[in-house]
Design a protein around this ligand. Structure first.
Ligand code: ADP
Ligand code: MG
Length: 360
């Protein structure tokens, strides 16, 4: 169980200068136990979508189903879902233990049953030693663990997360990602997760929903989103991207038909109507091949592009990132595991080759 269905979900906010369509027709179906992430830039409607699923916002129109049951008009406490907030939202006057027990106490369970459930949640989140502390005596990561324990102790069918890691420092953020993923898999609970951080989305998710301006641009596995972006927006938002026009001049509209060195792909219909007629080639920086002119082009799998000049070379240790000036515009190339003698200098002339069938 834990199958969420969102049907034509719309949310408009009324403001002084008219209505804002924060969410503009979202359709989504999760598998039970799936980890699905809403990813997109700030203001694209992620939080509003999640808050409608949780029941904190009422949709302007559309439906929210969980395992076939209509949730659309239920109050949050009637939905078998728990939400973890960016701000943790712990009760400051309650101990860790009482924070975790809070929701169960409202359900009028026996004290013994509550104690057992709380002990188990504290143990699995490694919080036993901190059980009697107040939230302000905890680090950010510990507070986040309490928030997770408080969510899972309710045995929800769905866990909802709104940017739960964005207040943590970079190292802890990566560590907590793994904890959240492990916990979710162990419990087999469906997760709907919101973030604007593409690395977080890529590393956590079974599927990613890329949103832009209240709409879905693409739904797919991290691999599909990266290698087969349905729109220019997705290609640009996920990872870094070189857009080339086959003729050597880049013209980018909001939408375009994507053409990977000969093999054309139509846009995802969900991406909307006005597909531009311009063809765009997308090549990921790690797919760009650079060679000195004295070296012959390898046979077969590469399309020989054009001659370029190194504008900038940045050595990162495991990779070198180059900015290359070419007829097709400035191209970013990332070369991994560089041979120390092979590192190109600024102003050096190079041949730029593109993969024939592994464009993105
Ligand atoms: P995200 O979480 O992707 O950053 P939000 O869902 O918070 O985006 O917001 C989407 C849009 O809706 C934004 O333009 C935001 O200003 C607007 N919005 C969100 N909540 C409200 C509200 N309570 N009243 C009016 N406008 C809102
Ligand atoms: Mg938000």
């Amino acid at each position: 169980s834990g199958r969420i269905v969102l049907k034509d979900l719309v949310k408009e906010f009324q403001g002084r200068d008219g209505a804002t369509r924060a969410v503009d027709g979202i359709n989504l179906e999760t598998e039970p136990g799936e980890f699905v992430t809403l990813l997109g830039p700030s203001g694209c409607g992620k939080t509003t979508t999640l808050r409608m699923v949780a029941g904190f916002e009422t949709p302007t129109s559309g439906d929210i189903l969980l395992d076939g049951a209509d949730m659309t008009r239920l109050t949050p406490d009637k939905r078998p879902m728990s939400m973890v907030f960016q701000s943790y939202a712990l009760f400051p006057h309650l101990s860790v233990r009482d924070n975790v027990a809070y929701g169960l106490k409202l359900q009028k369970m026996t004290k013994a049953a509550i104690d057992e459930a709380v002990d188990s949640a504290l143990t699995s989140m490694d919080l036993v030693k901190l059980a009697n502390r107040a939230p302000n005596q905890l680090s950010g990561g510990q507070q986040q663990r309490v928030a997770l324990a408080r969510a899972m102790v309710m045995r929800p069918k769905v866990l909802l997360f709104d940017e739960p890691l964005s207040n943590l420092d970079a190292k802890l953020r990566v560590q907590m990602r793994t904890e959240i993923r492990n916990l979710q898999q162990k419990l087999g609970i469906t997760a709907l997760y919101v973030t604007h951080d593409q690395d977080e989305a890529m590393s956590l998710s079974d599927r990613i929903v890329v949103m832009n301006k209240g709409r879905i641009e693409q739904i797919g596995t991290p691999d599909e989103i990266y290698r087969r972006p349905a729109t220019v927006f997705v290609a640009d938002f996920i990872g870094s991207a070189n857009f080339l026009d086959p003729a050597g001049v880049t013209v980018l509209g909001d939408r375009a038909r994507v053409d990977v060195l000969g093999s054309q792909r139509e846009l995802n219909a969900a991406a909307g109507a006005a597909a531009a007629s311009s063809h765009v080639v997308l090549v990921r920086p790690e797919s760009v091949h650079l060679r000195r002119s004295s070296v012959d082009a390898p046979e077969g799998e590469l399309v020989t592009g054009s001659r370029g000049r190194v504008l900038r070379a940045v050595f990162y240790g495991s990779v070198v990132e180059y900015e290359i000036d070419t007829d097709a515009g400035t191209i970013i190339a990332v070369v991994s595991d560089p041979d120390p003698d092979g590192i190109l200098a600024e102003d050096e002339l190079v041949e730029v080759d593109f993969p024939r069938d592994r464009g993105w």
